[in-house]
Write a protein that binds this ligand. Structure first.
Ligand code: FE2
Length: 302
């Protein structure tokens, strides 16, 4: 049965219906889903009825799933290592009050791409809403393919061969987490081209994010100004939309052709339970010890 695909912006974002995600996905439907994902970059499935197991099973049609890091002194909320906790609840289901954890999570309110701070990049993220606040808590998405295409030619020429250094800890610092530049320098980071070809569509895309700390080919301040300029360009209203969640809604975004950020909400008053699976780029090798664990251990927080 053909899917119903309703674009959100003409070239970016689509709501998909006409498929039961809780049932096994036949190969022809999978192909349609992947084609829509490659074309629109962000897809929204409403009221899916998915539970944790169904969420993980559906995610596997996109590729190899990453495993979430275990954080020192913090009990994980989920039994499944494939689930990243993107909510504001602790293992007992209470709203997190700890100021440092809240500051750490605040980094997700900046425009970013998931896991760009790891050498093996993440392709798709699949976020499932389990409990949502009555107001706020939406996710905003920006189209980094159309943004690249609309850059002035002089800017395309300038950035074509540049790279960026990405650090998880840089975006945390930018959000207010207490860390010095020196500390960040001792922790792992990853370097990626600023522009790459999005393999699913053949279109070029910017690969910038709040995690991007510097452009190694340029003096620090010049590189940071350029990163800020590119992020500002790519997040102009014509490239951006937001998704407001209801319980059971699933959003799939491609980190290699979009940026996203969490919308504000009253995180001390309202519960928000969001769970995410993340798919490694390409035909990723199955790494026994996921690099997330390695990064957190090397950073002293796992
Ligand atoms: Fe994110």
């Amino acid at each position: 049965m053909p899917l119903t695909i309703k674009p959100i912006l003409p070239r970016f974002g689509a709501e998909i219906s006409g498929v039961d995600l809780t049932a096994p996905i036949p190969p022809d439907v999978r192909d349609e889903i992947i084609a829509a994902q490659d074309k629109y970059g962000v897809t929204v499935y409403r009221n899916t009825g998915l539970d944790d197991e169904g969420h993980i099973a559906f995610s596997r049609i996109f590729g190899h799933l990453e495993t979430a890091p275990r954080i020192k002194d913090r009990r994980p909320r989920h039994a499944h290592p494939e689930l990243f906790d993107a909510g504001n609840l602790d293992a007992e289901g209470n709203i997190i009050q700890d100021e440092l954890i809240r500051l750490h999570k605040k980094g997700d309110r900046l425009w970013h791409t998931d896991s760009s701070f790891i050498a093996l990049r993440s392709a798709y993220s699949l976020l499932l809403a389990h409990e949502v606040p009555p107001e706020g808590g939406e996710t905003w998405f920006a189209d980094t393919r159309s943004a690249y295409e609309e850059l002035p030619q002089a800017m395309k020429d300038r950035i074509g061969n540049l790279t960026a250094e990405h650090s998880l800890w840089w975006s945390r610092k930018m959000a207010g987490f207490p860390l010095s530049e020196e500390e960040i320098s001792t922790r792992p980071s990853a370097r990626h081209p600023l522009v790459h070809v999005h393999s699913g569509s053949g279109r070029k895309a910017l690969y910038v994010a709040a995690h991007a700390r510097s452009i190694p080919e340029l003096p620090t301040e010049e590189g940071r100004a350029l990163l800020a300029e590119l992020i500002a360009f790519a997040t102009q209203p014509r490239f951006v939309f937001s998704v407001k969640y209801g319980v059971g809604d699933l959003v799939v975004w491609d980190n290699l052709c979009s940026m996203h950020r969490g919308g504000n909400f009253d995180e001390l008053a309202y519960r928000r339970d969001m769970r995410r699976t993340t798919v490694r780029e390409g035909a990723a090798p199955l790494v026994k010890d996921d690099p997330f664990g390695e990064l957190f251990r090397a950073s002293g927080v796992a």
